[in-house]
Design a protein around this ligand. Structure first.
Ligand code: NAP
Length: 321
């Protein structure tokens, strides 16, 4: 692989990274996008939308679009304007001096594989998963990690949400707009969620709780048909029938490459802003789910990718001859 110097490198290729690529390519900055590579732990170029099926809430697609197709279209759009893609994972960065240094492959290799004047980080976040049988197979087929994205598909269905934090309670409450019944499956007998959210869930007639319960398998061949559960006190194992299940047991932002050099907030996300995508290192910008624990939508990620591109372009203009 040839070493390159670039005006701008974008790490990550979800909606944030690809939107940043489209904008910086159209600004003639010839971005290099290091898009990641598939791994056994679920990483993939294109980010979380690669794990979804129908996307109905991305503006511009009144008939919906498949997640992987949406990402392929965004990538094609970036390539059309001159973005160059490398399907590899970054193994190390050095942001102590500009130009920034980026390694792919062996991190002990010197010199770095690539250098750049400005850097956009859009490495996203991953939903924490249960790691049980059936989960990978049924993701996008009745198993989801995003109620806002997929709740609509569960009209009048009997579904469950796994988790006991604010996300699980918020998702369960939201899902009662669609589902006939929502069971919150939690591994303990106390919720971690804030008291006000708990109160709301307890008062909602469509929500019921299964306490001290772990999901041990997701059942169904082509779509979710139920789950195997185990009571953590009695160790009794049973099955329940379901038409959908939402996993809401937390998210892990992909920040490990940067945590020595960039400021990270209490929840583990890169600190940006206020009201822009700048980080504590001049010339380094972050966008999408790696810096957003609140909205986590493809369209908000894309919006912040556009912001990062414009912030980086302005920074390059002000700081380069
Ligand atoms: P969280 O607070 O870390 O809660 C994760 C929940 O998942 C916990 O109840 C945990 O159980 C459970 N869990 C973790 N791993 C599990 C596993 N392997 N199997 C089964 N259950 C598992 O995560 P979150 O709910 O995503 O919230 C993250 C942060 O965002 C929190 O600070 C939260 O307050 C905030 N947030 C706020 C709002 C809001 O205010 N509207 C909405 C969403 C999130 P245990 O309780 O037994 O550990």
């Amino acid at each position: 692989m040839s070493n390159t110097h670039n005006k701008i490198v974008i790490i990550g290729s979800g909606p944030a990274g690809l939107t940043a690529a489209i904008y910086t390519a159209r600004a003639d900055l010839k971005p290099l996008v290091i898009e990641g590579e598939p791994s056994s732990t679920g990483d993939q170029p294109g980010g979380q939308l690669m794990l979804t099926t129908e996307v109905e809430n991305f503006p511009g697609f009144p008939n919906g679009i498949l997640g992987p197709q949406l990402m392929a279209e965004m990538k094609a759009q970036a390539e059309k304007f001159g973005a160059v893609f490398i399907t590899r994972k970054v193994s190390k960065v050095d942001l102590t001096q500009n130009p920034f240094k980026i390694w792919i492959g062996d991190p002990n290799e010197t010199p770095p594989t690539h250098t750049s004047d400005a850097l956009i980080i859009s490495t996203g976040a991953q939903s924490v998963m249960l790691e049980v049988e059936g989960e990978k197979r049924l993701l996008g087929h009745g198993l989801s990690t995003c109620a806002t994205c997929d709740g609509f598909f569960f009209k009048d269905k009997k579904i469950a949400v796994v988790g006991g934090g604010d996300s699980a309670i918020e998702e369960a409450s939201f899902l009662t707009k669609f589902a006939s019944e929502v069971t919150i499956i939690h591994r303990r007998d106390q919720l971690r969620a804030s008291k006000i959210m708990q109160k709301r869930a307890h008062e909602n007639p469509k929500i019921n709780f299964l306490w001290n319960t772990e999901v041990t398998e997701i059942l169904g061949s082509n779509s979710v048909e139920g789950v195997k559960i185990k009571n953590t006190k009695t160790l009794e194992e049973t099955k329940i029938d379901l038409e959908g299940i939402f996993i809401a047991i937390g998210h892990t932002p992909n920040t490990s490459l940067f945590s020595n050099e960039l400021l990270i907030d209490d929840l583990g996300y890169i600190k940006t802003g206020p009201n822009n995508t700048t980080t504590n290192v001049e010339g380094v910008f972050a966008c999408g789910d790696v810096q957003d624990h609140k909205y986590r939508q493809a369209i908000t990620a894309a919006g912040s990718g556009c912001m990062a591109a414009i912030d980086a372009e302005h920074w390059l203009e002000a700081n380069q001859n």
